[in-house]
Ligand binder design. Structure first.
Ligand SMILES: [Zn+2]
Length: 457
């Protein structure tokens, strides 16, 4: 027995020396690792062997970013409130944020592909023991946010083992309350395709007892909805549905319909605005003019970058009100999914220029491996930070991730040199949107540039 104790002590001393962390950190990690076997430990050299996210759902084998020596020193995981920004193991950019607040489970969006739902289910089931998601929020009706809500059509069983016809989150879990967008640009009279799948999924959940409110109903406290939900009575964690002009009127831009939420735990605040665009952010900033307590946005510890770090979101009108400490970006960094213009692929240079005024703690879920993509002549994506977990005990905020916690500005992806070709004043990385022919040293007229720059203010 004595020998065992000495062995354990010896292991702890070795581990804390190796990882450069304090004894307090080590014990926090040990406790959390037992609870949550999907989070990584405090350095890149020691990584959880049972990382369900990376091992089953990503192609990662040798992320060069994990070899850097620059490691964030304040890695911690608190149990009370956790935000998991999911790296879903696909090339497609997409949002899915799983939140655990005390015993309350919340999912905001469900990823870009039908297979995302099964990835999410296997992750969430590590945390959610009763098969109930108390709140599910669909921010807006874009495929990169709601496809996992309805999933694939196939014979499947839900959490309780009952047969279901689709793999979607809205079929698999018992859902307390669904909150979603007030408007859509989709045809609501004759819904078709993905939108019809979503409506059917939502109707299925409602038929099983879920309540459903639009963001407008929440904000106006209509039909039994509320603009503020207590997520944990003892811990006093709340979720507010924030004002967005486009709960009340239709926008031509689907992104502006996004449901916006603020989570509060003592004086710690966490803001998620979906894909809200500049227009929506300006209207939000106008509403929260500081005239009353209700119309004041607090300083936030966490801001999920608007619209995957696009150049049209996370504008100063909003950032100057919330002055974020940490910013998480859900995207596949450097992929040509939406554009071949280097400056505008996610996370964009303009976004970086704006967020850098407030924080350098910017983290990103996935990236496209430029060198490997050229070598293999296909899009090779890997976790950048991986699934990022931001957590709080009401006094402190911790950062953890399944791959590493290297800040974006220090990552190999950010500092890599790539070949670009000038196209009418734009540095392009391949011949077109979603193309896989990334330029290299053999490309005619190609020049080598540093992919991103971190501004100095
Ligand atoms: Zn999106």
């Amino acid at each position: 027995m004595k020998r065992k104790i000495w062995s354990i002590l010896y292991f702890i001393i070795c581990a804390t020396t190796l990882t450069n962390c304090s004894f307090e950190d080590f014990f926090m990690f040990s406790a959390s690792a037992n609870l949550n076997n999907s989070v990584s430990t405090s350095t890149n050299s020691i990584q959880s062997s049972s990382n369900t996210q990376s091992s089953s759902n990503t192609q990662s084998s040798s992320n060069t970013n994990s070899e850097s020596s620059n490691v964030d020193s304040d890695i911690k995981i608190y149990d009370e409130l956790q935000f998991h920004f999911m790296e879903l193991g696909v090339y497609n950019t997409g949002d899915a944020t799983y939140i655990k607040a005390g015993q309350t489970d919340i999912l905001i969006d469900a990823g870009a592909t039908a297979a995302s739902s099964e990835t999410l289910i296997s992750y969430i089931n590590n945390y959610c023991e009763d098969g109930k998601l108390e709140y599910v929020i669909t921010t807006h009706s874009h495929s990169d946010h709601y496809t996992g809500m309805f999933g694939n059509k196939k014979d499947f069983t839900d959490f309780k083992g009952n047969s279901i016809e689709r793999t979607g989150i809205m079929y698999y879990y018992d859902i307390g309350t669904i909150i979603d967008f007030s408007f859509t640009t989709k045809n609501i009279e004759n819904p078709t395709g993905e939108y019809l799948n979503y409506i059917n999924a939502r109707n299925y959940a409602i038929s099983k007892g879920s309540k459903h409110y639009t963001a407008k109903e929440c904000f106006n406290k209509e039909n039994g909805a509320s603009n503020s939900y207590v997520l944990d009575q003892n811990l006093n964690i709340t979720m507010d549905i924030l004002y967005n002009k486009y709960y009340f009127e239709k926008s031509n831009d689907e992104n502006n319909h996004s449901v916006c939420t603020m989570f509060n735990y003592n004086d710690k605040h966490f803001l998620l605005t979906g894909d809200l665009e500049e227009d929506g952010e300006k209207e939000m900033a106008k509403y929260y003019d500081g005239s009353t307590k209700e119309r004041t946005l607090p300083h936030v510890d966490l801001f999920k970058a608007g619209h995957h770090g696009s150049k049209t979101s996370s504008n100063d009108c909003l950032l100057s009100l919330i002055t974020p400490d940490i910013c998480c970006v859900c995207c596949c960094a450097g992929s040509s999914e939406y554009t071949n213009d280097n400056a505008n692929v996610f996370p964009t240079q303009e976004f970086i220029d704006r967020i850098a005024k407030y924080t350098d703690k910017v983290y990103v879920t996935s990236y496209l491996d430029y060198q490997e993509s050229i070598k293999q002549d296909k899009q090779v994506f890997k976790p950048l930070n991986g699934t990022i977990t931001i957590s709080s005990n009401g006094q402190n905020v911790g950062i953890s991730a399944t791959n590493n916690t290297i800040k974006l500005k220090d990552s190999d992806w950010f500092n890599e040199e790539i070949y670009v070709v000038d196209d009418d004043g734009h540095d392009t990385i391949c011949s077109g949107k979603a193309k896989k022919d990334y330029y290299n040293q053999d490309t005619k007229n190609a020049k080598l540039i540093k992919r991103r720059t971190w501004p100095t203010y």
